[in-house]
Every structure is written in C-alpha cells, then in structure tokens.
Design a protein around this ligand. Sequence first.
Ligand SMILES: Cc1cc2nc3c(=O)[nH]c(=O)nc-3n(C[C@H](O)[C@H](O)[C@H](O)COP(=O)(O)OP(=O)(O)OC[C@H]3O[C@@H](n4cnc5c(N)ncnc54)[C@H](O)[C@@H]3O)c2cc1C
Ligand code: SF4
Ligand code: SF4
Length: 941
Amino acid sequence: MTAPTLILPERSRAVASDLRAAIGAHKVKDDYSTLTAYAVDASIYRMEPKAVVLVESEEDIAATVRYAVERGIPLTPRAAGTNLTGSAIGSGIILDVSRLNRILEVNREEHWARIQPGIVLAELNRQLGRQGLLFGPDPSSGDMCKLGGMLANNSSGPHTLRYGAVKDNVAALRVCLQSGDWLDAKAYGLDDPVCTNLLKAHRPLHDLRSLLQDHAALIAQKRPTVSKNSCGYNLFGLADGIARGCFDLPKLFVGSEGTLGLFSEATIRLVEKPCATLTALIHFHRLEDVGDAVPKLLELSPSALEVMDANTLNLIGRAKHGIPSDAAATLLVELDGDVVGSDLRAQAERMIDISRRYRLASDPVIAFDPEQREQLWKARKALYPTLYRFDPKKKPINFVDDVVVPAERISELIRYLEEFFAGQRVPVAIFGHIGNGNAHIIPLLDVNDHDDFQKMVQGYHEIHKTVLSRFGGSICGEHGDGRVRAEYVKTMFGPELYDLFVRVKQSFDPTGVLNPGIKISDRSFTEHIDHVRLSKPCATCAKCNAVCPVYDVFQSEDMSSRGWFEIVTDKNYSYLNSKRVVEACLNCKSCRTACPAGVDVSQLILDRRAENPNEMAGIIFRFHAQTARFEQFLKFLARFQSLWDRPMVRRFLDRLTKPFMHRLAETARLSPQLVLPRLALRHLRDRYPELIPHAGKTAHAPVAYFHGCAANYFDDGVGDAVIAVLRKHGVEPDLPPQRCSGTPIETYGHRALAKEGARVNLASMAGYEKVVTGCASCTLMLKDYPTLFAGEPEQAVAQALAKRVTHISEFVAQSPVKPAMAGSQATKCKVAYHSSCHLRAAGVTKEPRAILAGLPGVDYVEMPDADRCAGGAGTYLVKDFETSQRIVERKRKAVGESGAEVVATSCPACMIQLRTGLQGAAEVKHVAQLIQEAYEAADGQ
Ligand SMILES: Cc1cc2nc3c(=O)[nH]c(=O)nc-3n(C[C@H](O)[C@H](O)[C@H](O)COP(=O)(O)OP(=O)(O)OC[C@H]3O[C@@H](n4cnc5c(N)ncnc54)[C@H](O)[C@@H]3O)c2cc1C
Ligand code: SF4
Ligand code: SF4
C-alpha cells in the first residue's frame, strides 16, 4: 500500500486557518519556527508539516480528524516525538497530544488508572509512586516519552522481562476513529450485547471480527515465536482473545502507530513498586559465555537483564564507567524484592556464584544504593545519544535497531553482527534487552558518504533477512515499524498475512489519512532521510526537552530545547522569523547538563542573540559598567525603597516603565507581584573595607571572594554569610575589584560588553589560589570564561581561573577545618534544597545537599523536582514575568509536597523567584546563611 500524496497545494495554504476557525486560534500553529521544530522526531527522517494542532480536548481531536478526512490531509498523532522510526512526523497535520497530560483516576485497590496520552512516563510513575504503584513498561526514553507514544508503539524496555510490554498492561482505550466517532476499546465478551452493538455500529470492527475468524489458521501459522514483537498489527493478540471468548480490542490499537485511530485516554494496569532492588554489572571476558550464562541468570527471575557488547563499551568509554579493558561484554542484571524488608543478599550471592563459573574481566559490581544504581542505568539509558560524541561525521543510525532472536542465541547474533560490521569496516554498538533476546544494533555511518550509504542499505536487507531466516526472529521488538521498517513488514510475515494487515488498515482508514507511510507502506526506508541533520551534532533524542522549563510550560516543540536546536541551525533561520522562540530561552543551561551528546543549545541561542543585541539592555548594561555612577544610583533607590516599593506605587511604576520595558522584550515588565530584595544602603564592599585590597598591593590573600552584583547590592545577608563562613574556616578573603560576571549581559546579546567585564575580572582574580563564589550564575560564568574567549589570547588565563573557581559549598566540603556547629531555633526545621540550574551546570550538586543534611537540627528532605529550573534565570522574571510564574508553579507544588519550611539555594535570582512564587509558603535562604546560622548557634552555646 503506497502512502498517498493527498494535499493539493491550493488547499494546503488554508489548512491552518481552517483549523483555527474550527478549534481555536491558540491551538493551531503554522509559522516557520513551529513547522521547523515539528519536522523531526528522534529518527533519521525529516518531513515538514503544514500545520500543528495542540489539542486540549476530545472535541479538538475529533474535529481535527474530521477535517483531515474531509480534505484528504495526512494526519499524524504525536506525543513526545522520541520514536526512532519517523512515525511522529508527516507532511500534513501534526496532532500533538502533549497538553492532554492528566491522571484522571487511580484505583489503588484494583491497580489501575485512567490516564491521558500526553503525560511523560517518568512523571506518571512519580505520581503513582506516591501510592506505591508503578506502570511497568519502561522504555529507556522514560524521562521524555509520553504515554500516547508508548501505547501506539507498544513500547517496552529493560523491565519487560518482569512486567511485559505496553500491550500486556492496557485494559481499555478511548479511540477516535477515522469517522470522528469515539470507541471505548476494551476486551468485550463475544456474547456480550455491547459487543454485538459495537459490531453493528462500527463497520471496521465487524470486518475485523470476520477477518480473524476467516483467517485464524494463517494467523496462528505466522505468529512470531520470539518473546517480543511489535512488527505489523497484533492480530495474534486478537486471535488469543477470540480463543478466550473475547474481542480484545486494545490488542489491535496498541502498537498501531497512529495508523488506525487516535487515543485520548487509556486505562492502564499497575503493579506494586518493588520494596528493594539490586543492580549488578557483570563483565565477561568471552562473548560466548554471555549466551551460556543468560538462561542460568534467568532462573533467578531478574526484573531486567541487559547486555552491552565490547564495541559499545569502547564507544561509551570504558575508563569513564569503570569497565575493564578486556571485557568482551557486560551484563546489567536487576533483581527486585517485593516484600517490605526484602533482603536480596542471598540472591546476589547466587548471581555471583553463577557468574564465577565464567571467566570474568573483574569482580561483579553490586549496587543496592539508589544513587549508585541510577548511575549504572544512566549510562545504559543514554547510550544511543551518547554515541553522537564519537565522531563529527559518523553518526549512530537507527535502521536495524530493534531485532529479536531467541534469548539463548544472543551471543551467536552478536558474533554474527560483529563479523558482519567488521567486514563492512563499520563501527557498531550492540546492546539491548538480552533477557528477551531483543538487540539494539546501532552502526555509526556517514549517510552523506556514498559508500556508507550503500553499506546502510546492504546492512538493512542482510541483517533483517538473517534475523528472520537463520534465527527465526522478529525485525521489531519495541521501537515500532514506522517509516524505517514498513518496507520489510511484508517480508517478515509473508504476502498473505501482510494482505490482512492492508485490509485492516483500509477498513479502519479508507481514505488513508491516518499517519500514511507508517507501518503499512511499500515506500523505501531511504525516503525522507534527513541528510543535513545527520551531519549535525544533535541526536534529536529530546532528553533536553525533558528538563527545559519552557517546554514544560508550553508543551509545544517550537518552545523547546530540541526544537530550538532545529530552528537556530536551520538554513532558513533568521532572527526575524524566529525572534519569538530565540528570545524565549531562559539560558538556564539545564539542556546542556542533560544532553548526552554534548550539545549546548543555550550557547547556540546566545550565539544567535549576539547577532542581534538588545538595544535597551545595552544602555542599561553600559550604565551598569560605570560602577561608581551606577552604585550611587542604586543607593539613591535604596534610600527611598520604603516609598516606592509599596503595592500602589509598584502598580504605578509597572505602568510607567512599560515603554522602557517593552524595548527590553515585548513581555517585559516590572510586575508589582515581584518580591524585590531590599537594596543595600551600604554595599557589601562598603561594609568590609578591610577586605578590599589596596590599589598597587602586590601580596594577595590566598582566597578571593567573587561576590558578584547581587551580594554586593542587596541587603539580604548572603554576602555577609559567605564572608562569615570563610572566616570560620580561618580564611580572611580579599574582595578584589570586580565587574558583573557577564551572564545577564550575554543573555541580552551583548557579548562584547560581557567580555569587557570578564577581562577586568580575569586580571583582578589572577594570583589567587582560590576564587570563592556564592552565586550560582557567577560560578558558572567564571568557569565558562574559556568558552567566552575561545580561540582568543585570554583563553589560557580563563582556563587557569576556571580551575580555581570554588563555590562556597565546595569550599566548606573540602575545607580541612571543621568548625563546631549546633542547631538553633531557626535551623531546627525541615529544609529542602533547590538546585540552581547554573550551579548544576557547573557540576556542583552533591556538596550543598551533603552540607544541609549534616546541619544539626535540620531535617533535610530531597524535594521532587529539586533539579528543575524555578524560572528566575537572572532577569527572566522581568523579561517574561507571566511565563516565569507558570514555571515556578511546579516548584511551588514540589515544595508543598516535601513539607519543607525552608528552601535553601545558592542563586540570587532563584531566591527572588522562590520568594515571589512560594508566596510565603516556605522561607528561602542561601546555603551559606544556613551554615552561618549553625556556626553561630555553636558559638552561642
Ligand atoms: C534514547 C532513546 C531510547 C529509547 N529507548 C526505548 C526503549 O527502551 N524501548 C522502546 O520501546 N522505545 C524506546 N525508544 C523509542 C521511543 O522513545 C518510544 O517508543 C516511546 O514510547 C515513544 O513515545 P513518544 O511519546 O515519544 O511518541 P511519539 O514519538 O510522539 O509517537 C510514537 C508513535 O505514537 C503515535 N501516537 C502518539 N500519540 C498518539 C495518540 N494519542 N494516539 C495515537 N497514536 C499516537 C505517533 O503517531 C507515532 O506513531 C527510545 C528512544 C530514544 C530517543
Ligand atoms: S540537544 Fe542533546 S539532549 Fe537535546 S535532542 Fe539534541 S542530543 Fe538530545
Ligand atoms: S537553556 Fe533552559 S530554557 Fe533554554 S533551551 Fe536550555 S533548558 Fe530550555
């Protein structure tokens, strides 16, 4: 069945405006940025749509479906766009379900829940986890993929061994059929009158029932014999249902990849969260032993059993992950305990006994501790995008990525593949769910090189053929057929069964508008490959979207980190056609911290802003650079703050400053709700004259305190606390002359001005053994000066400074001096930590937490979303106050959930944002202030 080309050009122009009229203007987009961002998913393909619809209700879905059918326009449902097969991109309308992201109902006793399709798996399990529940299927993309995509792909993951795939965990679906009618797809008893009525009401169901009956023998004969399969339509699951006397409709729709209907809701089955878990790494010296060990390890009923071959270990870096140089393959084994107080030690012993029968490259590594276990999984889950770091040209290409063979033959498969790719001289990573015999095969190729392209085509056919003929396997275990495997579905099942698939598709989608080109299509897998993108460094994996605060709020790909990478690197990009999105980034750097491929989207955006510096910001920052005049002005404002910082006056000021603010950004304003810090009448430098090094002084104190702007100008006690803490550790710091570290300046595109200040700082901080910081953004910016001066004469000095920059929490953690601490009335409370994005990006995550947890009297709680941006981001809360408040909403809930009375952090903008957003629900303090209080309490005793 060929994917139809359905849109006539004169019609296409009207698509978005028609849809706007039908379902509302704010839900439909067709501007350049949106179409560019939605042209990709995590596959190797690119297709630009005509319009994107962000549905918010079942009515929106049905109206869009009806419109697409009536006009013959291809309609592609989309959730997170993390599929690896090209199934969430299309040439017509993209229907994004991300805004339908609520948990509608949870039944704790009966272990089920009704869920909308736009919820992210990690978020779903986080919320279910509060009730001790879990949705079992766990694709490695769980931090970013959404339920809708999981359902449509029949996803599974490492723990499928225990919990099965999605198809095994769905009780019902709400499906919008091509007619625009809604179907409650459940397992109906064949003699249930409801079933009879449904067959009468929906012709496709009637046809399906007859097809199953007429071709039962063929379906039984062609049933895959391996333990996992997501290729083709699941007529086998339906046939099983018929044998049990029911019409098990979810089995048809789960795994149908948006080609038969669209889901607005699913009733999913839940399991109890395990009470204890153990994760182990076993490094084998010989690949052959892995295949032998698997059946023996399976006797321990592991919940996960994963393999990484030698090449994969080389590619991800053995030293970095503590993997022995002579390991031929590594197994990752996980065991769960289901009873409270479960002790998995006995099972761990048995596992070690089994593995010792083989030649191991080192002793097995066993981790009970959640953090250690998370590290092991983190490397495994980020494998595919991490491979993007390997070579600037040769990229990991998913085209034979998901085969399944009998589990006990996995070593044989790996050996075959290693020999095949060695013959082609192509580096390849092979890893996957060995317990199910499901291997992910990711060769590294330059698809823009003719020879490599030919190798890809050859590998596609040869490997798939071998998996079918020699191993009796499946070409698709969990990723779906999409565009990449559609061409091979017929070969997998033979023409007769394929013909049944075509009949099912035609019956449910007679006009062929539902995700054409996907699953049932004879188009070559090489059509629509995105040659340009595959020469870029981004894997389009969407891990950055999962942490991007803007995406979290807007749930739209044009307002996301991955989307912005596409936009700002697109050949048709211009500041004018993309200003809306380029100016929306907070420069929080969360994307950079999360990206396994080493891409820094925030930097690319800063580069684009530097091409169009904001004029108004330039005026402000140039004034700011005239330190003496600027400080006089601030002191003047400080003197009268009690007059102007009143609700009435602030409202007036908000109106008065609008024209200036507007020149900063269309959304900028000085909202009266913004809780401003008290401006200092005497700046920090005025208060500590003894710490200011005299001009011309040659001998330095060993430690400089880079206080930055906020600690100097605000009367919030932060600068005093940092100095007091340093003094407690026997350090009398210098406060050398300093200019703004540069973060806010660069954010508005004034790179030259940022560099001017940076040069002053480089000179001023030279010669100090340590440069202590209290502010998260200053910490990161000083550490980032080598990037700011990349290729310039200052780079070497900048690198030297970067090594010496130490956040106050690192300083305290590393200090050999351990001053006495005590609890006081003020510190005896529940404290949570909000990890400022820039401090996280600077690599400082553990120290503040460890310090807070060790403070006497403090009941430290790790709050949910501690590592998510709070939306302050320097001056973002001025630039776009409304969005910043939408971002902080999630933080407010997290703080409430944790029960914290104090939220500790280390960034002045975060402090302002938290005080504004929490509205007094918890006190906000700098980490240094809490440390100082503990020292003072000890002094007072
Ligand atoms: C790093 C990485 C690791 C991965 N690991 C795994 C893994 O371990 N296991 C695995 O199974 N997959 C894996 N994947 C692939 C992918 O993440 C999963 O298949 C995921 O479940 C897709 O979800 P999504 O929300 O991104 O869906 P999308 O990509 O948006 O869509 C996937 C399919 O679902 C359809 N769809 C979406 N919403 C609906 C709806 N409401 N109604 C009807 N159809 C809909 C789309 O049309 C498309 O056909 C991985 C991907 C990456 C990038
Ligand atoms: S920038 Fe990094 S995290 Fe984001 S999509 Fe690209 S590779 Fe993935
Ligand atoms: S810097 Fe923050 S807001 Fe900007 S793209 Fe990255 S994660 Fe999103």
